[in-house]
Write a protein that binds this ligand. Structure first.
Ligand SMILES: Nc1ncnc2c1ncn2[C@@H]1O[C@H](COP(=O)(O)OP(=O)(O)OP(=O)(O)O)[C@@H](O)[C@H]1O
Ligand SMILES: [Mg+2]
Length: 226
C-alpha cells in the first residue's frame, strides 16, 4: 500500500484539488484508493458528497492518521491519499510520518514558493520523499512555460527542492469538474486538464516505483529526504 500525502502550509495552493482529481483518476475496484480528509475545512469531503457515489471511499480523520492508515492496510487498499490543512500541526506531522511520498503543491508566486520551505523541512525531518508540484500556473504558450513559472523553478532550486518538470495550469475545467464531484478525466477525457492530471499521476507512479525499489530513478520527480 502506498500513502500519498498532500501538504503545504500555504492555503489555497491546491492540496484538495490535486487530491480529488488524482483520486478520481486512480481509484479502481481492483486497486482501490482510500481518501482521508484530515482538514477540518472539509473541502475533499464536500467534493465527495457532490460526487455521491462513495467511490473512492472517504474517511474523515477523526482519530489518529496512523491508526487510519493501519486500518486501510488491513482493508486491502492499494492507495491512500491524505488531504491536510494549511498549517504545520500534529495532524500534518502524523500524515507525513505515514507517507510513502509527500506532494507539495505551490502556486508560482514569490510568497507561495517561499512558504513551501516549512513543509519541505517537515518532510526532511521525517525523512520522507517529497516533490513540489507547480499548480495554478499560467498556460504554456508556443510550448514554453510562463516566465513566472521559470522564476518559481529557479527559487525552488535554491532550496534544493525537487520539482515536477510539468505543471498544472490554472483551468476553469478543473473547478467545473470539482463542482460536479468529478475528476478532470470524467469531466472531459480528452481535455487539457485531464492530460496534465494524467501526466502528474504518471510522474508520481514512477517515483513510487523508484521509492519501492521496483524501478529506476530516471524520470522520478521526488527526492529522498536525507
Ligand atoms: N489548477 C487550478 N486551476 C483552477 N483552479 C484551481 C487550481 N488549483 C486550485 N484551484 C482552485 O483554487 C482554490 C484553492 O484550491 P484548493 O482548495 O485545492 O487549495 P488547498 O491547498 O486545498 O487550500 P487549503 O489550504 O485552504 O485547504 C479552489 O477554489 C480550487 O478549486
Ligand atoms: Mg484544502
Amino acid at each position: 500500500m502506498n500513502v500519498i500525502v498532500f501538504a503545504s502550509r500555504k492555503g489555497g495552493s491546491g492540496k484538495s484539488t490535486l487530491a480529488a482529481h488524482l483520486a478520481a483518476q486512480v481509484h479502481k475496484s481492483t486497486k482501490p484508493c482510500l481518501l482521508i480528509d484530515a482538514d477540518p475545512q472539509g473541502s475533499l469531503t464536500l467534493w465527495h458528497k457532490l460526487r455521491g457515489t462513495n467511490e473512492p471511499p472517504l474517511k474523515i480523520a477523526n482519530r489518529s492518521v496512523t491508526e487510519m492508515v493501519a486500518a486501510a492496510k488491513r482493508d486491502g487498499f492499494e492507495w491512500v491519499f491524505i488531504d491536510t490543512p494549511p498549517n504545520t500541526s500534529a495532524v500534518v506531522d502524523d500524515a507525513i510520518k505515514n507517507a510513502t511520498m509527500v506532494i507539495i503543491p505551490a502556486r508560482p508566486g514569490v510568497f507561495d514558493v517561499d512558504a513551501v520551505q516549512a513543509t519541505i523541512q517537515s518532510c526532511r525531518s521525517a525523512r520522507k520523499p517529497y516533490a513540489v508540484v507547480i499548480n495554478g500556473a499560467p498556460a504554456r504558450r508556443d510550448d514554453s512555460e510562463s516566465r513566472i513559472v521559470t522564476i518559481a523553478r529557479e527559487a525552488l532550486a535554491k532550496f534544493k527542492a525537487p520539482v515536477w518538470s510539468g505543471q498544472i495550469t490554472n483551468r476553469a475545467d478543473l473547478l467545473l469538474a470539482l463542482g460536479n464531484g468529478e475528476g478532470a478525466r470524467e469531466y472531459q477525457a480528452e481535455g487539457r486538464a485531464a492530460s496534465e492530471i494524467g501526466k502528474l499521476w504518471a510522474a508520481i507512479e514512477r517515483s513510487i516505483k523508484a521509492i519501492r525499489g521496483n524501478g529506476s530513478a530516471t524520470g522520478a520527480m521526488h527526492k529522498q529526504a536525507a
